[in-house]
Design a binder for this molecule. Sequence first.
Ligand code: A2P
Length: 339
Amino acid sequence: MRVAIVGATGAVGHELMQVLERSTLRFDELLLYASPRSAGTRLTFRGQELTVQVTPEGPIDADVILASAGGSVSKALAHQWIKGGGVVIDNSSAFRYDQDVPLVVPEVNGEAALKHQGIIANPNCTTAIAVVAVAPIHRKYGVRRMIVSTYQATSGAGQKGMDELVEQTRHVLDGQEATHEVFAHPIPFNVIPHIDSFQDNGYTKEEMKVVWETHKILGDDSVRVSCTAVRIPTLRTHSEAITLELERPATPEQIRELLAASAGVEVRDDPSGKLYPMPLTASGKYDVEVGRIRESLVFDGGIDLFVAGDQLLKGAALNAVQIAEYLQEHGALKERQRI
Ligand code: A2P
């Protein structure tokens, strides 16, 4: 059994290697790919030095291909890679809305992964983090409307996003003016309500991804979803304020109990002890932190909550590896002829 990482030198690639080190996924060999710029780079995995190779334009000789080199690379090459008989778990948005491509968060709709035809999509990070908390509530109480406001870290834009925050913050502290390349405006000491491109309806694509992907993962288009996505000057972990209108009223205590028993969630909710979700505590953690659970003042029997999830992990690398683990646990990694 072989696993390949495409985009191994990137921010998510780095996390994929860390998550694989701790994973229960059984495999014998790891192949690392990136752009020609990084060919020959040596990276350490389980105490062994591995050499990064140029991403193939043809079949990849691996059972599981974890792709995180951006949408255009996946779009151009994923169908070639799977000719080696493996399955691509793709972190980009290239295939998420294709009907024959499952969009999977294992805690929520793992069984959808079993119906793949060579490609499985990993959701947008903001959506993945939100649905871990919202899906159990939807299952038990029926979510009618969901209003999301996000506080998204710079690592959502990859390593170069984090670098821009650190370098430009230094500039500002040195009394210089901040510049910007990755983000639409200087990010230090600022918040930017603009992630991805604006659509005809006035929402950004990042915001619409939350709408489209929540529907696809929950398997329910009837939930009314709206999102305002905002970039903030943190390095990692996306936070989200979520308001839910429910079909069947729930008390905060019922929601706390439900979420405490839900996979992938850590309830962190004791305001008197200053305990609530924050990037500071959620970064590096596999579980999504959920807290500030309280009765909605707008929707009778509705709920307000706050979540923080490491988007490089649950929003990207961890979720991708969990999909591979799910496939293996369900005997769905088929025998493959080595090429
Ligand atoms: P490289 O480091 O050689 O540029 P991030 O999201 O952190 O920016 O990382 C993107 C990842 O995708 C990196 O590993 C990067 O490799 C890789 N990548 C970018 N463009 C290509 C490409 N055209 N072919 C293969 N890998 C690519």
